[in-house]
Write a protein that binds this ligand. Structure first.
Ligand SMILES: [Zn+2]
Length: 222
């Protein structure tokens, strides 16, 4: 765990994951970038609008008997709606993501498969094989970051635009996501232009969540 003072307001900004380079001050919402032991101001982030996510920073759960914690969030907007991607800290420090979209929960880890297609080559219905599983392309969408909080392993300013391609296995249990970052002069060259995430669809109850966000009138029954 690394602790810094916010360059703007002096409040403490904590990085729980050593993979995190981007942190949002929970007090003044300034966005900061970590360079080894320094924290540099990157800009101001608009507040995340309240949504109906049951999660918050600090929500804990289990994935395959491994305890995890949600330590960062990206909120994305596309033509027909919104979704959240939560940055997950696993006990071994490995990076994972919990995507939350319209009642679906997808848990994934980055995969370093080579020879990923270019976004422009991918068509709905096409099949790709990643790590011995065949996936079919279900949808291709453009999405824009409209807010973020906590800590993240890459820069995610408001307006960051990606092409996000979702694929599913024939049995409907596994999913793959291809993410393409659109070039922007603001973003550093440290970023990977193409990313592949592999994971599975799970039900809310599979995670045995705790520290959920408290929303008036909501109850989580198990
Ligand atoms: Zn601050």
């Amino acid at each position: 765990m690394l602790k810094f003072s916010c360059p703007s307001c002096g409040a403490e900004i904590v990085f729980k994951s050593t993979a995190s380079i981007y942190g949002i001050c929970s007090y003044c919402k300034s966005t900061t970038v970590r360079h080894d032991l320094n924290l540099e101001l990157y800009g101001k982030m608009s507040d995340l609008k309240e949504d109906l996510s049951p999660f918050c920073l600090g929500t804990k759960g289990f994935y395959k008997q491994q305890h995890f914690e949600l330590i960062g969030r990206l909120r994305l907007k596309w033509e027909n709606g919104f979704w959240n991607e939560w940055f997950v800290l696993l006990p071994n420090g490995l990076e994972a993501w919990l995507a939350e979209a319209m009642g679906f929960y997808m848990f994934s880890r980055p995969s370093n498969a080579s020879n990923l297609p270019f976004a422009s080559e991918v068509k709905i219905g096409e099949k790709y094989k990643f790590q011995n599983t065949i996936f079919q392309v279900e949808d291709i969408k453009e999405a824009t970051c409209i807010g973020s909080e906590g800590e993240l392993p890459f820069l995610a300013p408001v307006g960051r635009t990606i092409t996000s391609i979702d694929l599913s296995s024939a049995d409907g249990l596994s999913f793959a996501n291809l993410e393409y970052e659109q070039a922007s002069a603001q973003l550093t060259t440290k970023l990977t232009a193409k990313r592949l995430y592999l994971g599975e669809y799970l039900n809310f109850d599979d995670f045995n969540f705790s520290n959920l966000r408290e929303i008036e009138g909501w109850r989580y029954d198990h």
